[in-house]
Design a binder for this molecule. Structure first.
Ligand SMILES: *[C@@H]1O[C@H](CO)[C@@H](O)[C@H](O)[C@H]1NC(C)=O
Ligand SMILES: *[C@@H]1O[C@H](CO)[C@@H](O)[C@H](O)[C@H]1NC(C)=O
Ligand SMILES: *[C@@H]1O[C@H](CO)[C@@H](O)[C@H](O)[C@H]1NC(C)=O
Ligand SMILES: [Ca+2]
Length: 368
């Protein structure tokens, strides 16, 4: 058993229960926020409540109480709590009440302020183009998240750190490009870029399909070379992982550290710094095609002269000469796991010669 190659279980972070009244003493050092004379934090994430003069958000909307000395520390606590949209600061008591709602325009969820009480509301959701809803969440534009839409979700890691479960999420790896949807497997910290669990999705596809992606991110799919490139920019992605699973549930993993792709003018040439855990049984397949462009049947950039590896293998891949591996070939899923030997079939000869997998997955991960 090579532990380095096996996924290790992760525990999900617990989230804040809005109904539970929790008393926390602020002994922990938290982010320091300084407040200017207008009561708006210098980070610009909170402002004094702008409507409902003389009122603060009703206490039943503010279930968490924290002892603190400064407005800035209240703000820091609020940012750390899922669902916190503002707080009521009571300077006479040295208390801060973290709220799951801001004051409604009609002030129906407020109560008169006691002496020393001031209400603050999170405005970050507005600064990032989001809007606040009075049900206790910010409505964030695609690819932003966190209490106040303040986190740019570059990949699944951002959603995971914010406590979200497995699922499909919008990510925005670059502020200059559109957000797109990816499948996130949180227990293994995976941003999925290819999923093949059945033989129904055709992978004999054109350049445009491989560039833009195909299939359904909820199920079997190829995320698309352009989106994969964006995920590995401007820094190379820590780790590309390719996993084959046989019908007897044994699985095999190859990792490539420091993964990136060139842009379309370079035909999405493959780059990585180092291959890892490539000792048998999986074996290395990308070492020989490092730096090679991607090819499809209608965009032949291989080293096979007039022949087309993509047409031969009915797939799209980084071919040099026609390859030792064909993860995007035809899935046959034979019960006896035995490959037919036909060139269009999925195969990975270095370590799995003669075997035909039940599943093939590719994902990006922060592995070391
Ligand atoms: C997933 O990421 C979290 C947070 O970075 C880390 O604590 C955990 O060990 C990771 N789990 C795996 C399986 O890599
Ligand atoms: C692969 O797709 C192309 C374009 O649709 C088609 O011409 C070719 O025949 C396909 N190959 C096979 C073996 O189905
Ligand atoms: C599954 O099959 C492969 C290939 O024959 C074999 O090496 C592996 O040990 C098998 N795994 C199990 C759990 O039987
Ligand atoms: Ca060729």
């Amino acid at each position: 058993m090579i532990f380095d190659c096996n996924p290790i279980g992760a525990t999900m972070s617990s989230t804040f229960s809005a109904l539970q009244v929790v008393f926390i003493t602020a002994l922990v050092t938290v982010l320091e926020f300084s407040a200017n004379t207008k009561g708006q934090t210098t980070e610009g994430l909170f402002r004094r409540q702008v409507n409902c003069v003389g009122e603060v958000v009703s206490r039943n909307q503010c279930p968490v109480q924290v002892q603190t000395t400064t407005v800035g520390k209240c703000a820091a606590w609020c940012l750390q709590r899922d669902g916190c949209l503002g707080f009521v600061r009571d300077s006479s008591q040295g208390e801060c009440h973290l709220c799951v709602a801001t004051a409604r325009p009609d002030c129906t969820n407020t109560q008169p302020a006691s002496p020393g009480e001031k209400a603050y509301e999170l405005i970050a959701c507005m600064t990032n183009g989001g809007t606040s809803s009075f049900s206790g969440t910010c409505k964030c534009p695609s690819g932003f998240g966190g209490n106040g839409c303040q986190i740019q979700m570059k990949d699944c890691d951002g959603w995971q750190e914010a406590g979200y479960p497995n699922g499909v999420y919008w990510v925005r790896p670059s502020l200059n490009t559109e957000a797109f949807r990816v499948r996130c497997s949180m227990e293994w910290n995976r941003t999925v870029i290819m999923s093949r669990t059945s033989n129904t999705l055709d992978f004999n596809r054109s350049w445009v399909d491989y560039r833009d992606g195909f299939g359904d991110v909820e199920g079997d799919h190829w995320l698309g070379l352009e989106n994969i490139r964006l995920l590995s920019q401007p820094q190379p992605y820590p780790c590309l992982v390719i996993q084959f699973t046989l019908s007897n549930f044994s699985f095999y993993i190859a990792r490539y550290l420091g993964f990136g792709l060139s842009d379309e003018t370079g035909n999405y040439a493959l780059d990585f710094h180092e291959s890892k855990c490539l000792s048998p049984p999986m074996g290395d397949c990308l070492g020989s095609v490092k730096g090679k462009p991607f090819s499809t049947y209608d965009a032949d950039h291989d080293d096979d002269g007039g022949g087309s590896c993509a047409a031969l293998h009915q797939s799209g891949w980084w071919f040099g000469g026609c390859t030792m591996c064909n993860p995007t070939g035809v899935m046959t899923q034979p019960a006896d796991m035995q490959a037919s030997g036909n060139p269009e079939e999925v195969f990975w000869k270095p370590g799995l010669d003669g075997l035909s997998p039940q599943k093939v997955e590719m994902f990006l991960k922060d592995c070391q």
